[in-house]
Structures are given as C-alpha cells and as structure tokens.
Design a binder for this molecule. Structure first.
Ligand SMILES: C[S@@+](CC[C@H](N)C(=O)[O-])C[C@H]1O[C@@H](n2cnc3c(N)ncnc32)[C@H](O)[C@@H]1O
Ligand code: SF4
Length: 437
C-alpha cells in the first residue's frame, strides 16, 4: 500500500453517538472531581511501607512556545532556569529527608534539555540521593538533539522522548513548528543520530490536525517504520479552555475524523509494534513510557506545576516561579493545592487507566483495592461490556481483554481526562503575573 492510496478498513471502531456520550460522561466526572482546594503544605505525607513511588521533576522552560501546547512552560531565560534547577535539587533534598525512595524518574517539560549542564547535575544528584533509581526518562525537542552538549546525556538518560508531531511540512507549518524546529526531512535525519545515543528513544507524533488526512498520517507512519525507533507515542490533539481560541476550528480537525485516523494508526503501527497503551507502541512489552501513572499508582512531583499522587490525594505544586523559589527557600514543599478522593473515585480512575493500558486485571483490583471489580464498579463494567470494549478471557478468569473498540474508548477517555487536567493547569496559571514567570 503506498502513501497516496491509503484505504482504511471500513469497520467503525465506535459509533459517533457513543463517543459523544463518553465525552459527556467524562465531562461530568472530571468537573465533579478535578478541582483542587488551596492548601499550604509544610510537609507532604511520609512514604508508606511497601509502596512503590516514581519521582517526577518538571522543567518549565522552552525557547519558543507552541500555540497548541497545554503544558506548564515559560519562555526561557537562562538566569531564571539556572536558579530553578538549584531549587529543584533542594526540593529533592527535602523529599529525601522524608525517607522516600524511587525506582524510576521522569523529567517532563517544557524542554528538559534546555540547559544540559544543569539537567546532568540534577540527574546525577537524583541518582546519588536515590540510588534505587533504575531508569530515567527525559523529554526534548528535535532541534536540540544535534548540539554537542546533548551527547553528554548519553549513559545517564535511559529513555529520551523527542517531540516530532508530524514529518509533513504543511502540518509542521500549521502547528508553527517548521520555522522553529526545521522541515520534516531535516528532523528525520537528526532523529537517526539521536537514536544511537540512548537505550530507548521515543518519538512523539500527533494526530487530529486540520488537513492531516489519512494519506498524510499513513505517510508519517511509514517514516516511523524507516526510523524504527524503540517506541512511538501518537497523541490525539487535545484542546483546553486556554488553547481553545487558537486551536479549535483553527488547527484542530473536526472531532469525527478521530476514529478513522486512529484506525490508520492501529493498522500500521499496531502490526509492527506491541501496543503498550492506547497511544504508545513499543518493540517489547517491558518498557517505561510517558504515562508513568499507569505503572505507578503513586508518584511524587518536584518543581513548579508538578503533580503528586500520594495515598488517596492529588497535590499540585505552585505554578508561580517566584512563589516556588520562596517556598523552597523557606524549607517547605512547592504544594499549593490538594484534592482527596474517595475509594470509589480511585477505583473508577484505575479502571479507566486499565482500559487505556489494555491491562485490566481482576486480581489487581482484588489485591490492591480490596474489591471485586465486577460488583463494585457494576455500572461501569456493564457499560464497557455493552459497548464491546471488553471481553472475558476464556483461558484466564482474572484477565479482562480490551478489544480494538475498547482501545479507542480508552484513548477518548484519557484524552478527555488529560484535557481536564490541562484545564486545571490553565486555571492555576491564569492569575500569574509578569513577576511570577
Ligand atoms: C511537553 S512536550 C515536550 C517535548 C518538546 N518540548 C517538544 O515540543 O518537542 C511532550 C509532547 O506532548 C505532546 N503535546 C503537546 N501539546 C499537546 C496537545 N495539545 N495535545 C496532544 N499532545 C500534545 C507533543 O507530542 C509533545 O511532543
Ligand atoms: S510543545 Fe514542546 S516546545 Fe512547544 S511549548 Fe510545548 S513543551 Fe514547549
């Protein structure tokens, strides 16, 4: 099949009414649960015996800001970023003094490699404080990867995630990345070089851009095959209250094209890679990926705008760089918001993640949450069955099989959930003034 003749299999993944219904259900639940109360937290909760935690560190700086991006980031100023990295290391000291240990570290951005020397210092410091860290993941853009300093990350970073989005020049121009990061052909060449530096390279792609027809998407996937990275993530374009004006009806495609685009991804990547989640594909089953929330029920975030989930509560660090610096200097955490969830809400959240990661297990719900998932979440399980999203495994009574329709439903739900989280970010960033950035 060539790029110009891509014909999707006619089978619809899910009817449009079901997608609209899912969006409404997600809207109800995210509005109900995803708002956080102000709190000044002197100490986060202490680590619990037998619990496994991931350390998340946020680097909120980029040299240019993309209009569709919903992450917490500011325009790069070197002195601010250097000061920030010092605070990040101080916050890690504080977390260490509470007795936390970690198995993995995820550094997210922004552009985490914006000051390689500071990043290296921070990663080495994290490894010294928490020697149990076995894997470090970082995010970067496709411009930085050929700089000489970037090579110094070799041996320290296990997984580098690189934002490409598309190799098509029209899509790169539409998303304003062509001028910033170069043409599709240039990016393709640079990626070949970067892939040799790290055990795992993940390439971030996006779909749902206006004009990104099935042929373009198929062509993008063919380029991916040529590069053959260890991992690929295909994000649907998410729109939030903050980006609505610049993205919806401007660079975003109408929502009803999503299912056909996802079909292309399943037909292409799905046949070459193992599917790790609804939007992540890997060469093997056993690898870390961007959605660390799937592998780690609990994680602790350091840095401005970082989230933590500890015990039954979500904590959010301040989005103001100024207040972050002041709080760390005073020997406190950066936390300014908190939300505690009841047992039922946490079980629903884990069910959504199970669907999204295609790892639904009755044993997990029994052992970790002390529930019989079929009874405790009867309505939710019944809905998923009726939608054709899940089936019982005839050979393993504990395993619940997620169908292709279920994978797509998992993607639609996570998209809605992440968009709602982005709305929380947008709300907390809205009051920031010049002196906070
Ligand atoms: C935080 S960015 C870091 C990567 C790097 N700064 C870059 O842009 O190349 C991580 C990834 O999030 C994805 N992303 C950003 N905004 C998004 C949006 N509105 N919807 C879906 N994915 C998005 C992109 O695929 C991006 O590569
Ligand atoms: S997409 Fe990447 S480079 Fe663009 S603003 Fe977001 S984090 Fe920064």
């Amino acid at each position: 099949m060539t790029a110009s003749h891509y014909v999707p299999r006619p089978r619809k993944l899910l009817p449009q009414w079901m997608l609209s219904f899912t969006d409404r259900v997600m809207d109800y639940y995210t509005k109900r649960y995803l708002h956080c109360d102000p709190v000044i937290l002197q100490r986060p909760p202490e680590p619990q015996e037998g619990h496994k935690y991931l350390l998340y560190a946020h680097v909120p700086f980029c040299k240019t800001l993309c209009s569709y991006c919903t992450f917490h980031r500011f325009l790069f100023k070197e002195w601010k970023a250097r000061e920030y990295f010092v605070n990040l290391r101080r916050e890690m000291d504080y977390v260490h003094s509470l007795g936390y240990t970690f198995h993995s570290m995820y550094v997210g951005g922004g552009t985490t490699t914006i000051l390689e020397d500071e990043l290296i210092k921070t990663l080495e410091y994290a490894k010294k404080l928490f020697p149990t860290i076995k894997e470090i993941s970082c995010e970067t853009d496709p411009q930085i990867i050929t700089t000489p300093a970037f090579r110094n990350l070799k041996g320290l970073v296990d997984r580098m995630s690189i934002g490409v989005q598309s190799f098509n020049d029209d899509i790169l121009k539409l998303s304003e990345r062509y001028e910033k990061f170069g043409s599709g052909a240039e990016i393709f060449e640079r990626l070949q070089y970067a892939q040799e530096l790290f055990p795992t390279c993940n390439i971030d792609m996006m779909f749902g851009f206006r004009g990104q027809n099935l042929d373009i998407l198929h062509d993008d996937m063919e380029k991916i095959f040529k590069l053959n990275p260890r991992q690929v993530t295909t994000y649907p374009l998410m729109v939030t209250s903050q980006t609505k004006k610049s993205v919806k009806n401007v660079i975003a495609a109408p929502g009803n094209e999503l299912a056909d685009q996802y079909r292309v991804i399943l037909d292409t990547l799905g046949s070459h890679y193992r599917q790790l989640t609804s939007w992540t594909f890997g060469r093997t089953n056993d690898e870390g990926f961007d959605e660390y929330v799937v592998d780690y029920d609990e994680y602790l975030g350091v840095g401005s705008g970082a989230f933590s989930f500890l015990n039954d509560s979500l904590y959010v660090n301040t989005f103001s760089l100024r207040r972050y610096g002041e709080r760390i200097a005073a020997g406190h955490t950066g936390v300014e918001r908190k939300r505690t969830f009841d047992h039922h809400a946490i079980a629903q959240y884990r069910l959504m993640l199970g669907l999204f990661s295609h790892r639904l297990s009755r044993k997990y719900f029994r052992d970790v949450h002390g529930i019989n998932v079929d009874r405790y979440l009867f309505k939710e399980m019944m809905g998923l069955r009726l939608a054709g999203a899940i089936q019982d495994d005839p050979n393993d009574p504990d395993r619940i099989v997620v169908t292709d329709a279920g994978k797509f439903l998992g993607l639609v739900m996570m998209k809605a959930f992440y968009s709602a989280m982005d709305n929380v970010r947008a709300e907390l960033r809205a009051p920031l003034r010049e002196e906070d950035m």
